[in-house]
Design a protein around this ligand. Structure first.
Ligand SMILES: *Cc1c(COP(=O)(O)O)cnc(C)c1O
Length: 432
């Protein structure tokens, strides 16, 4: 094998910008212009926003679907749906993203972090179960990178304790568990519509969010909570406790922008195609990398069908297979070979429990009030988190590597990338 590029040899990957798939920009312009001409720039529950909700609802097969202005507000409304509020706790994995639980935190609930599964990097259901208390209002499961959490184990916990599961499927539009689309598996599933094709959330329109459920009460609670002035709202509120509310219900307006939903409607059309193509690339790459020392692709549970593109394809560095070669050197060598690989620490650059607010506590609402300070609404004083609290997440966080999730990579690119990994694995001793 030839000399490593980092030591002056020829790079293994010669194809630059390998993505051949083109976002449907003309179609996006057309649908947005139509709404501008119709002056249909605000509103919900009718017109294009309603059409999109109906299409997405049918796509996942759920009974109900609501769109909102951001993914994190979809998650906030889901927490409201399960009657989350001040003095509650919720369980969420230490490797994740603040948007999953920011809404619940601001409603006065306290995050209780849990560890992850070392092979899938997703919530470890048995560790989550150990952290349940009488105050636990919900468990948030995040399908990071579109890899699906162990929904059988989570739903079993949910049934045994009567605690709802709220899925954060912000990266996982089109993913499945046991042949069922994510969005139709647990109590409530939330999706983000943030970003633009091809690198944004799998269905996207700049900013936006979706929540799906099969539970009528959850649906009506979310409607009443944050869908001020939605068309037909009063007719949809049928349960006695909500139907008697007046027309302005509870006053919040988190509805989605119609232009964002128009873009999302276009993105939804190509979702299955993009997911299939990406998954073919993922499978071939992962299969080859299983055999090459230095990295281990993340595993998926047998019933999971992963989906999505956001965050890329995930590998975990295995320094012990390369005599302890530092990760920085390994990544530098691969990048010199032309592999578009980079280090990634979850989505905020840190594990969740090691954010300043959880290491030190925080006076969230001022005047010494809130879930991260002293005694609060039945919660005992907040106990700050520290390094060492979540051994699995902490041992893996610094070793996560990602490669973009290509849809239509140029012919020969995959083989070049695999060759680059083989080359670095064959010559790593020269880097020690
Ligand atoms: C994008 C994202 C969200 C929600 O994001 P918004 O920017 O509010 O749409 C939530 N969770 C995860 C894991 C995300 O990546």
């Amino acid at each position: 094998m030839s000399k490593l590029a980092i030591l002056g040899g020829q790079p293994a990957v010669t194809i630059q910008n390998p993505e051949r798939w083109k976002p449907p920009i003309e179609e996006e312009k057309e649908i947005v212009c139509q709404l501008i001409e119709k002056r249909a720039l605000s509103g919900a529950g009718s017109g294009l926003p309603k059409e999109f909700e109906e299409e997405f609802r049918q796509y996942v097969g759920s009974r109900y679907c609501l769109t909102v202005s951001h993914g994190h507000l979809a998650l906030a409304s889901a927490f409201y749906a399960v009657k989350g509020g001040p003095g509650d706790e919720f369980i969420v994995p230490a490797l994740g993203y603040i948007g999953t639980y920011a809404g619940a935190l601001h409603m006065g609930a306290r995050p209780v972090f849990c560890d992850i599964d070392p092979e899938t990097l997703l919530i470890d259901p048995s560790d989550a179960e150990k952290r349940i208390t009488k105050r636990t209002r919900a468990i948030f499961a995040i399908h990071l990178w579109g890899n699906v959490c162990d929904m059988d184990a989570l739903m079993d916990i949910s049934r045994r304790y009567g605690i709802p599961i709220i899925e954060d499927a912000s990266h996982a539009h089109g993913a499945e568990w046991d042949g069922k689309k994510i969005g139709n598996v647990s109590d409530l599933t939330c999706f983000s519509l943030q970003g633009a094709l091809p690198g944004g959330k799998p269905v996207c329109g700049g900013e936006g969010g979706i929540v799906t459920t099969n539970n009528r009460e959850y649906y009506e609670r979310m409607l009443a909570y944050c869908h001020l002035h939605r068309h037909g709202l009063k007719d949809e509120l049928t349960l006695p406790e909500y139907s008697e509310l007046d027309a302005e219900v509870l006053g919040l307006k988190y509805r989605a922008h119609p232009l964002a939903l128009a873009l999302a409607k276009v993105a939804l059309k190509s979702l299955d195609y993009r997911n299939e193509r990406k998954d073919a690339f993922r499978r071939k790459l992962f299969e080859a990398l299983e055999e090459i020392p230095g990295v281990k692709p993340i595993r998926s549970y047998p019933k999971a069908k992963p989906a999505g593109f956001y965050g890329g394809l995930v590998l975990v560095y295995q320094p012990q297979e390369l005599d302890g070669l530092p990760i920085e050197k390994y990544v530098e060598a691969l990048r010199a070979e032309g592999v578009p690989i980079r280090r990634s620490f979850g989505f905020g650059g840190t594990l969740e429990h090691l954010r300043t607010i959880f290491r030190k506590g925080f006076d969230l609402w001022g005047y010494g009030r809130g879930p991260l300070g002293g005694e609060f609404m039945g919660l005992p004083p907040f106990k700050p988190y520290k390094p060492g609290d979540f051994p699995v997440a902490e041992s893996v966080a610094g070793r996560i590597l990602t490669i973009p999730a290509y849809i239509e990579p140029e012919e020969g690119f995959l083989e070049q990338v695999i060759h680059a990994f083989e080359k670095v694995a064959a010559h790593y001793k020269e880097l020690l």
